[in-house]
Design a protein around this ligand. Structure first.
Ligand code: 9G3
Length: 568
């Protein structure tokens, strides 16, 4: 490709509204351009990287037995009404009406469409298992799109769906996809972890997220420093053997605590450890008030609360709702003498508190010497808190540490959630109608490109892994007015293409400095500069990743390149 006519507008300055490296670099290197909040164009150079990732995804999906198809982006609302999700989703689901006023969703995902397709076409157990996938544009009206294409409102996703007639079959399909994902992210050159995750609204239980380790990741991974345990902190289980002090239980005492509302104010004023404080938070769970208790040094995990209560919607009560249900304002809530219509649930750690402190459900008052089971009753103790760094790893090996991650893949065991709702059944060997057992598997393709840039760049620009680089070689005649240099560069251009290299020829009439800076910014794996020694048949080769430079005669260039690409 000749750069002079190539639409690859590099920028020297750092765009003001881009605050992470991958967003800045993808703009500056001419890979993307924004057309609205969270809506981007991929320019030719960026598109080549997207296609490289798609190719790797396609190869691994096909290898795992996936069948590629393409579903429509506009989805009839009826399908979403069948699955019950038309009402369940709010403004994030982009909707439209056609000219006949019929309602459609702009597809954020395709469980409904694929289930309706398979329901109509597959009737017998003999046709299962079947895994279908597509690589297609998705629409999600994110409230706060940000970080460039890491969180955009339109993005390319590979979404796959498996259909099995047995649970064991689903386990097999899931494992095949899980392994394909490991291959995909390894081949993309990513440092990633597969972590146990929360299935969220998708129902089903087993689910893993594939996280690219990065400081800008929006997800937090809890991992063990001594085993391969890793989980999204949303669901990382807490296994701590709390000790119960053997000090005698003191008499309950109501104390005046004017304006001592927060845990810190309270523990400072009463000079007691926050481990003796009982934090009480009121939640509205599927419309009902629930008072959740945890120790002062812990945080209630609302995802765990939702799962423990098998709820759909869990929200922190507003100040008004708190007064309405608890007859007391936030900051003085506690589990003693709670209004009867409020359910009380507590994290395991509460059970081990002796002579603790809690709100008195009265403004400016707390209780001290509070002892669970003596002073208040708990309907159920559960694992309700977020895991913390330093906690023991749930698998009993090592200690928990945190890392930030960018979710680039997510695999789910759906079970019959959609096949039952939408009547996707098959006749089993006894001729009995059974719901198909499904799994679904997503990869954010455009997000993966951004994650690669995020993980693989330096102060001068992008450092593309060879497997996903837009081109392999940046061939640069330094002075396009110098006949020797242009002639040699043209000769090399043809030769390298014949050797199956993808070459970007910088034939622009720019100064050397501009060309070299742009080359570092675009970040192709190998740069070949044709400069002053062109007349002697000598060129300069630079490895972008390591900065190594070599001067070589052109007849030794092929061997040198073979050796260098083997090491990359
Ligand atoms: C929606 C909207 C946003 C959504 C969904 C539905 C996420 C939704 C979860 C999934 C599950 C899997 C197949 C590929 C892998 C992920 N955001 N999810 O269902 F209507 Cl607006 O998409 N789907």
């Amino acid at each position: 490709m000749r750069q002079k006519l190539y639409m690859c507008p590099t920028m020297r300055e750092v765009p003001a509204d881009a605050d992470i490296a991958s967003h800045q670099l993808m703009l500056r290197a001419g890979l993307i351009r924004q057309s609205a909040a969270g809506v981007y164009s991929f320019l030719p150079l960026g598109m080549r990287a997207v296609q490289k990732v798609e190719e790797i995804v396609r190869e691994e999906m096909n290898e795992a037995g996936g069948q590629e198809l393409l579903m429509p982006a506009i989805q009839p609302a009826e399908l979403w009404q069948e699955s019950g999700r038309w009402e369940a989703y709010g403004p994030e689901l982009m909707r439209m009406k056609d000219r006949h006023d019929r309602e459609f969703a702009l597809g954020p995902t395709h469980e409904e469409v694929i289930t309706s397709l398979v329901r109509d076409e597959v009737k017998s157990y003999k046709r299962l298992p079947m895994t279908l996938y597509q690589i297609q544009t998705k629409f999600r009206d994110e409230r706060r799109p940000r970080f460039g294409v890491l969180r955009s409102r339109e993005f390319i996703m590979k979404d796959a769906y498996s259909f099995d007639s047995t649970k064991e079959g689903l386990d097999e399909s899931y494992d095949k996809m899980y392994n394909a994902y490991c291959n995909i992210f390894s081949r993309c050159g990513l440092d990633y972890r597969a972590v146990v995750a929360d299935s969220g609204a998708m129902g089903g239980k087993d689910t893993h997220e594939f996280m690219v380790l990065s400081k800008v990741g929006e997800d937090t991974i809890a991992y063990s420093d001594e085993s391969d345990y890793a989980a999204n902190i949303e669901i990382a289980a807490v296994h701590v053997n709390y000790e119960k002090s053997d000090e005698p239980l003191a008499a309950l005492e109501k104390i005046e605590t004017p304006n001592l509302k927060t845990i810190n104010e309270l523990s400072d004023a009463l000079s007691i450890s926050d481990q003796l404080l009982i934090k009480s938070l009121l939640f509205i769970v599927d419309g009902e008030p629930v008072l959740a208790l945890c120790r002062g040094d812990h945080e209630i995990n609302d995802i765990k609360l939702k799962n423990v209560l098998s709820a759909e919607i869990v929200e922190l009560a507003t100040a008004e709702q708190t007064v309405q249900y608890m007859k007391c304002e936030v900051g003085f809530l506690g589990p003693i003498e709670v209004p009867s219509d409020v359910k009380v649930i507590a994290d395991h750690a509460i059970e081990f508190i002796v002579n603790g402190v809690c709100g008195a459900n009265e403004k400016d008052y707390h209780f001290k010497n509070v002892n669970p089971s003596r002073d208040f009753s708990i309907e159920q103790y559960d694992d309700l808190r977020f895991i913390k760094e330093g906690d023991p790893s749930p698998d009993g090996k090592g200690t928990i540490k945190f890392a930030e991650g960018i979710e680039v893949g997510h695999v789910f065991k759906l079970g019959t959630r959609y096949s039952e709702a939408m009547g996707a059944t098959y006749l089993d060997e006894n001729g009995k109608s059974q719901p198909m057992i499904m799994g679904c598997y997503g990869i954010g393709v455009t997000r993966t490109v951004a994650a690669i840039v995020e993980q693989s760049h330096d102060e001068n620009g992008i450092v593309w892994p060879v497997s996903v680089a837009p081109f392999h070689i940046h061939l640069i005649p330094i002075n396009v007015k110098n006949e020797d240099q242009v002639k040699l560069a043209e000769t090399l251009y043809e030769k390298l293409k014949q050797e199956r290299y993808e070459v970007l020829l910088d034939d622009r009439p720019e100064r050397a400095g501009v060309k070299f800076n742009d080359s570092d910014l675009i970040g192709l794996p190998i740069r070949i500069a044709v400069g002053k020694r062109a007349g002697e048949g000598i060129v300069e080769v630079k490895v972008r990743k390591t900065g190594e430079m070599f001067e070589t005669e052109v007849d030794k260039l092929s061997d040198l390149l073979k050796e260098l690409f083997q090491q990359l």
